[in-house]
Unconditional design. Structure first.
Length: 148
């Protein structure tokens, strides 16, 4: 049996707050999470709600990110840049409240770091070439410098 069920609400209501909640409670799913970032006002709820099964009934939990000790993870919302666009997404948190890096975010950070390193290497190469040109203009062969 799953410990966590996550419902992402779409433009068309799908019984997330009643029918599906009853089904998951009947199955004994410990946590039922509803993420409704766009239509929460329509549904008269919050954009992110966590329910925990207590004595056969779901009770809404407070706090975000919300730590689930039985799972060893927290869950909550975060603003992230994905594909160059800043947007709100659900993310996993560790017990200290730190966001676990997303594969795309981690890859993006790596790509950015590589880009910066490439730029730095290119600048250093250009400086070395300018210095070599200057030395040649002064009659010094940069490939045969005296050893110090």
């Amino acid at each position: 049996m799953p410990i966590v069920a996550l419902e992402m609400v779409s433009h068309k209501p799908g019984g997330e707050y009643d029918e599906k909640m009853s089904i998951y409670a009947g199955l004994g799913v410990l946590y039922y999470i509803i993420y409704n970032p766009e239509f929460w006002r329509r549904d008269r709820h919050q954009p992110f709600e966590v329910y925990k099964l207590i004595d056969g009934q779901y009770r809404q939990q407070i706090g975000e990110p919300y730590w689930m000790p039985e799972v060893g993870l927290g869950i909550g919302r975060s603003q992230q840049v994905i594909g160059g666009i800043e947007q709100e997404i659900l993310v996993w948190y560790d017990e200290s409240g730190n966001v676990y890096p997303l594969p795309d975010a981690a890859a993006g950070q790596m790509r950015e770091q590589l880009r910066v390193e490439r730029q730095r290497a290119e600048v250093q190469q250009q400086r070395a070439e300018r210095l070599a040109e200057y030395l040649r203009s002064q009659g010094i062969d940069p490939d045969n410098l005296p050893k110090s």
